[in-house]
Ligand binder design. Structure first.
Ligand SMILES: Nc1ncnc2c1ncn2[C@@H]1O[C@H](COP(=O)(O)OP(=O)(O)OP(=O)(O)O)[C@@H](O)[C@H]1O
Length: 812
């Protein structure tokens, strides 16, 4: 330091004292944190030992086997949980004002640890525990007894920094403009390079987020917030919190988290395990019909029509159309005899079946029974007539009547049974009221113009029907899934045969178990009448139950296989995109209406999506839903948000953009290139941006028409440098080594639709004018695209500059 810059001696002393105090604090925290890691290691060893014991023991009675399976599951879960908290095990400490209840410091971390040698004194408090709340909520104005909040920063197991906030109104240490807690730790977290996988935010959850995370689970909670306000982060932490707090209810029914696409689910997939939660099913709507892969793509017009609420009536009409009454009588030849089903008989049977109000496949039984009765009666009459024809006529004696039936009830039943087993009879009845699967019915409907015209009469226009029609054998699409789900409800499943099969299997298992008990008893030496015998503790019924495929699946795994599964709680992210039909499906999965709905109506891109929450919720809960708003943008720097804010004002001047938590000093750049040269020139732009970013992730966002050519162009760069993800390769290969080694920079080429919910360090937006003009929600798409970057944004115009962007800073 030059003499002219020398600090006055007194100041230098203060700095030195401050430094040594910090070093002493760090050393003290290091010893506490090291002790916590020792405890963690001990817990891991214990869990591993117990798992090993459970796996090694074998044989024994069935009850012991079942217990062993449960123990194996518990210990494996515990090992996974302990493994997921290695990074940042402890991140906070609360010190309380003197005289406050329990004034020893509390340490907050990713899970709870206790001192087994000291009456299970808490050493580390799980962030979800009620006592940890002040860490997120206490403020200088409302300190909740907290004197100091400390953020502890660690790298691997080493304490590398402490950020203290003294919660006294006169301790003006904190920026109050957004009411942020732990601002230094928060900004450090936000500055981190993005890896392509979302990370948890347990160490820096803000008060407005915490209130949502810990909100009561009952009823529908809507979380509305602009881009980057942490909606996804909050939704996932809420899932973890609910599972921790309401474990009993929720581990049986499970929690469903719905996201917009598989790229997004990969992006958030790691967050929950790192929070120590694995009992959650992450799925897109397209994945919620078990056994069906919805890999096809709809045109925007087809997706929009399929999402309309009127499709409920179209499908109901399509089902009704399959319950046919013939114009002319149907003739069925059975054993050389012709039986007929006339219009009136069929109409009566149909009315009776429909009158049951049961789903089609279940009401079918009533229809079939009625027709079989009619046919049996006809057949019996014919038989009687032919017998009478063959018998010589004998004059009736006085008082005798000739209407005595030749056939009794047993004969009638036998005739009916024979008809019920006759292929030709069944085939005829099937043409009138077939047993149907949702897939058969929807496929028939969408590939047959006549069926579609009939079902859509008065409900769909010509253009709608045209949009829906497709070739036989087409792949299922995500928008088909809610239609199939609706049909599954309308059709119902006649599971009589399956139930009979299950009952038969149970009987066999019971018989087998009886045999096992017999053998066990013969082996027993009766030494003492007092000693319990096998049969005293286990009967054949119980043993048979244990034999049933041991139910060692989690609720999430069972739910994934069962269409009619209902969840304990449902969380929907990017909920503004869901269609009316999507909502129907989701509401069916959650009859308790314990739901968290997260989204931003200014980001709606899909034509089936919504611009108001009340419109989608009214049919299910009326006005009984709560709204919470998030107002701070943790992702997008102020310079980029300034540009995005103009687009938002254009979408709806009543909407206000969230306030950015930080500025970078780097304004977005814009330049114009001829449309034909964009692919060739993009490579240089990408290389320059990667150099500026010095690692981290970069996305090229473009209209659908440019996705393939730009991917191909950049794939050549990838081949040379090994750094580019093509459109289909996803983001999951991105890695970063805890901040020390330089990460591989990655480039993804994506449409706005696929980039929804994701974020990147840098974004190059190509041809925004085409994006705006491509759909009625083009401005919303532009808003989404502009708000994906955490650091840098560049815009390459190929055609006109959208008016809303003109006049902004140019360059590059
Ligand atoms: N309290 C916090 N501490 C640290 N990081 C946070 C916090 N809240 C949000 N973030 C970070 O801000 C970024 C944006 O969060 P998130 O993706 O959840 O926002 P979003 O509201 O879902 O955005 P969008 O609507 O654009 O999809 C993420 O990187 C997230 O980790």
């Amino acid at each position: 330091m030059s003499p002219s810059h020398r600090e006055p001696d007194g100041h230098a002393d203060t700095v030195t004292t401050e430094r040594s105090r910090k070093a002493a604090d760090i050393a003290a925290e290091q010893s506490y944190v090291s002790a916590l890691y020792q405890r963690l290691d001990a817990e891991r060893e214990l869990a591993a030992r117990r798992l090993d014991e459970a796996l090694r023991s074998s044989g024994g009675p069935p009850q012991a086997q079942a217990e062993r399976e449960a123990a194996t599951r518990t210990h494996s879960d515990r090992i996974a949980q302990l493994g997921a908290v290695e990074q940042g095990l402890c991140f906070g400490r609360l010190d309380f004002s003197p005289g406050h209840d329990g004034d020893s410091p509390l340490y907050i971390g990713r899970l709870g640890l206790f001192d087994a040698d000291d009456d299970y004194r808490p050493l580390l408090l799980d962030w979800r525990a009620p006592a940890a709340r002040p860490f997120y909520l206490a403020t200088a104005a409302s300190p909740e007894g907290v004197y100091r909040r400390r953020h502890i920063r660690t790298l691997t197991r080493k304490v590398v920094g402490l950020d203290d906030e003294v919660l006294r109104l006169d301790a003006a240490q904190r920026s109050d403009h957004l009411g942020l807690a732990g601002e230094a730790a928060l900004l450090a977290a936000l500055e981190r390079r993005r890896t392509g996988e979302m990370s948890d935010i347990v160490a820096t959850i803000q008060a407005e987020q915490d209130r949502i995370i810990r909100a009561d689970p009952g009823g529908v909670l809507v979380v509305q917030g602009g881009p980057g306000t942490g909606k996804t982060a909050v939704a996932l932490h809420r899932a973890a919190y609910l599972l921790y707090t309401y474990r009993r209810q929720l581990t049986t029914r499970g929690v469903l988290v719905v996201g917009p696409n598989s790229t997004f689910l990969r992006y958030i997939g790691q967050v929950l395990p790192s929070l120590g939660e694995t009992g959650v099913l992450l799925a897109t709507i397209g994945e919620l019909f078990p056994g069906l892969a919805a890999t096809g793509l709809d045109s925007p017009a087809a997706a929009e029509v399929k999402g309309r609420a009127v499709m409920v009536d179209v499908l109901a009409a399509a089902v009704a159309d399959r319950q046919v009454v013939p114009t002319d009588a149907l003739a069925i030849e059975v054993d050389g005899e012709v039986l007929t089903l006339d219009r009136a008989t069929c109409e009566r049977a149909r009315a009776k079946a429909r009158g049951t109000l049961r789903p089609h496949n279940l009401a079918r039984r009533v229809f079939v029974d009625d027709l079989l009765d009619a046919l049996a009666e006809q057949s019996a009459s014919k038989l009687e007539a032919s017998v009478l024809d063959d018998v010589p006529q004998v004059p009736l004696a006085e008082g005798e009547s000739d209407d005595a039936d030749l056939l009794d009830a047993r004969d009638h039943a036998a005739i009916r049974e024979e008809l019920a087993g006759d292929e030709r009879v069944l085939a005829a009845i099937n043409t009138l009221w077939p047993k149907l699967t949702p897939q058969e019915l929807l496929s028939d409907l969408l590939t047959d113009p006549a069926r579609l015209r009939s079902a859509g009469e008065g409900l769909l226009g010509d253009a709608d029907r045209q949009a829906l029609l497709r070739r036989p054998g087409s792949l299922w699409t995500p928008a088909d899934v809610p239609l199939l789900d609706e049909l599954a409800e309308l059709l119902g499943e006649d599971d009589t045969e399956a139930r009979e099969r299950r009952e038969r299997r149970r009987r066999e298992q019971r018989a087998y178990a009886q045999g096992v008990l017999h053998v066990l008893e013969q082996d027993e030496e009766i030494l003492d009448e007092e000693i319990l015998r096998v049969r005293d503790v286990l009967d054949a019924e119980l043993l048979a139950e244990r034999q049933e495929a041991s139910n060692d699946l989690t609720a999430a795994q069972r739910a994934a296989r069962d269409r009619s599964w209902t969840f304990g709680h449902v969380i929907v992210d990017e909920a503004q995109e869901l269609s009316s039909m999507d909502w129907r499906l989701l509401m069916r999965r959650c009859p308790s209406r314990s739901m968290t709905i997260v989204g931003d109506v200014a980001q709606t891109g899909s034509a089936s999506g919504t611009s108001t929450w009340s419109r989608v919720l009214r049919p299910y809960v009326g006005d009984r839903w709560r709204l919470r708003e998030l107002t701070v943008n943790y992702r997008t720097p102020a310079e980029i948000m300034e540009l995005a804010g103009r687009v938002l004002a254009e979408i709806d001047s009543a909407l206000s953009a969230p306030v950015s938590v930080r500025a970078t000093g780097v304004s977005p750049w814009q330049r114009q290139v001829p449309a034909g040269e964009v692919a060739a020139r993009l490579r240089a732009v990408v290389e320059a941006e990667l150099a500026e970013l010095d690692g981290g992730t970069l996305a090229v966002l473009c209209p659908g028409s440019l996705e393939a050519p730009l991917s191909a162009e950049l794939a050549e760069t990838a081949a040379e440098a090994g750094t580019v993800d093509g459109a289909d390769s996803g983001l999951d290969r991105v890695d970063e080594d805890a901040g020390s080694a330089r990460p591989q920079p990655r480039v993804s080429v994506l449409t706005v639709e696929r980039a929804k919910g994701l974020e990147f360090d840098g974004v190059v937006l190509v041809a925004p004018d085409d994006i705006v003009r491509a759909s009625p929600k083009g401005l919303n798409d532009l808003y989404v695209a502009l708000t994906r970057a955490t650091k840098r944004l560049g815009i390459v115009h190929t055609d006109r500059v959208p008016a809303v962007l003109s006049g902004a800073q140019s360059g590059r």
